[in-house]
Design a protein around this ligand. Structure first.
Ligand SMILES: C[C@H](O)[C@@H](O)[C@@H](O)[C@H](O)C(=O)O
Ligand SMILES: [Mg+2]
Length: 436
């Protein structure tokens, strides 16, 4: 069976997380974690599920962008797509008219991610495997999914293949380790910017009891508040646990350096998104200034494509690469970034949280460890404890590690009942909000 894609559905699904300021940071004070949620139907009856993450308003624009791309997908067979996955990636990203809307950035790229995530999910389901196991199979197949256009000055197809072939050694032990112990995670759930000190303390106490050892705190709106909150959390977690801070692009370059210098006393491992996500040289300047303080720079959740990541790496502007499963063009583009990060010896610590991001990115980080980096030092994947109950195969955390997923696919199928209730604006949850 060729698994012909007969239909694409896309829905606007929003969760009112802003009501309790979950997810709030110095630039996004009231996010409603949302998704453009894609379902692909096939003639075999099997379906593929994918999504891209948004913050509420504007999700309808991403939905329209997915609809605009749908004609490139419907009617194709999965067999046809995956036998030339690079070509299919290009088809979606290089349409002679629609590429003007990007290229490979912004709404059109988020839409591409949602569709491609669903295609990867379908592929894994057809093979009856969890997603990361699909890509673990054969290095040649992996590189055939990557579009090397614009990055061959840093990574050629042959080099990529070399990295994957070299990493074959010890693969079984790494797979076993992931099965038994899982992938190390950190939590961002304790210290969103809108949380009170009391809430922060309570959540931190609970997290410590559950075995968390790595914590991220939102900063950037008010320096005195940041000093107080960071001292509080450092005091609670003690000197040997890990603390990271995240400013979500709030500062100019000089301001970032002076602000973070004031926070150096709490010994953060990294400052995340100190300034505009497009300012590669700005990040390089900040990295250079903070290196003597032992603070690295992390970014990636709004780094819009592999070309940007290439330049960040070339300019030594990042010490931690934060791939995102919905910002880049799905697994195809993330594979390119994982391989470039490996070449530059920069650890990958993915962005997750939101809605569905933990479910998706856990597959990518497993792939990274098993097939590319073979290394866990300095590496961890973000975890946020919200909205997992809406998925049919939610990410599972045990002892602050992501356990290897079990069900075939890419783990982002939502419960139909949840989708119905949260569909915007006609779902019950929103009808209630709107009528308040
Ligand atoms: C608006 C969102 O919650 C962001 O604050 C979040 O993705 C954050 O930057 C993170 O690193 O988890
Ligand atoms: Mg962040």
């Amino acid at each position: 069976m060729l698994q012909k894609i007969t239909h694409l559905t896309v829905r606007d699904v929003r969760f009112p997380t802003s009501l309790e300021q979950h997810g709030s940071d110095a630039m996004h004070m009231d996010p409603d974690y949302s998704a453009a949620y894609v379902v692909l139907d096939t003639d075999s009856g099997l379906r593929g599920f994918g999504l891209t993450f948004t913050l509420g308003k504007g999700t309808e624009i991403v939905v329209r962008a997915v609809q605009a791309l749908a004609g490139l997908v419907v009617g194709k067979s999965l067999h046809h797509i995956v036998s030339n996955f690079r070509g299919f990636y290009r088809l979606l990203t290089s349409d002679g008219q629609m590429r003007w809307l990007g290229p490979e950035k912004g709404v059109i790229h988020l839409a591409t991610a949602a569709i491609l995530n669903a295609v990867w999910d379908l592929w894994a389901r057809v093979e009856g495997k969890i997603l990361c196991r699909i890509s673990i199979q054969d290095p040649k197949q992996i590189v055939s999914c990557i579009d090397f256009r614009y990055i061959t000055d840093v990574l050629t197809e042959e080099e990529a293949l070399g990295i994957l072939v070299n990493a074959k050694e010890g693969k079984q032990q790494r797979e076993d380790l992931m099965m038994n112990q899982g992938y190390p995670a950190y939590t961002t759930s304790c210290a969103w910017l809108g949380y009170s000190d009391q809430q922060l303390k309570q959540l931190c106490t609970d997290a410590l009891q559950h075995g968390w050892t790595r914590f991220k705190v939102k900063v950037g709106a008010d320096l005195e508040d940041d000093i107080r909150r960071c001292r509080l959390i450092r005091q609670m977690i003690g000197p040997s646990n890990t603390l990271m801070i995240d400013a979500n692009q709030r500062w100019d370059v000089a301001e970032a350096i002076s602000w973070v210098t004031r926070l150096a006393e709490v010994k953060p491992l990294w400052i995340e998104e100190p300034t505009s996500p497009d300012d590669i040289l700005g990040h390089a300047a900040i990295s250079k200034a903070l290196a003597p303080l032992g603070i690295g720079v992390a970014s990636g959740e709004q780094c819009h494509n592999r070309v940007m990541f290439k330049q960040f790496l070339q300019a030594s502007a990042l010490q931690f690469v934060q791939i995102d499963s919905c910002r880049l063009g799905s697994i195809n583009e993330n594979l390119a970034v994982l391989l470039m990060a490996h070449k530059f010896k920069v650890p990958v610590c993915p962005h997750a949280g939101g809605v569905g991001l933990c479910e998706l990115v856990q597959h990518l980080i497993l792939f990274d460890y098993i097939c590319v980096s073979a290394d866990l030092s300095g590496r961890m994947c973000e975890y946020v404890d919200h909205l997992h109950e809406h998925f049919t195969s939610p990410a599972v955390i045990q002892n602050a590690h992501y356990l290897t997923p079990k069900d075939p696919g890419y783990s982002c199928e939502m419960l139909e009942s949840s989708v119905k209730r949260h569909e915007y604006p006609e779902g019950d949850v929103w009808k209630l909000q709107i009528n308040k």
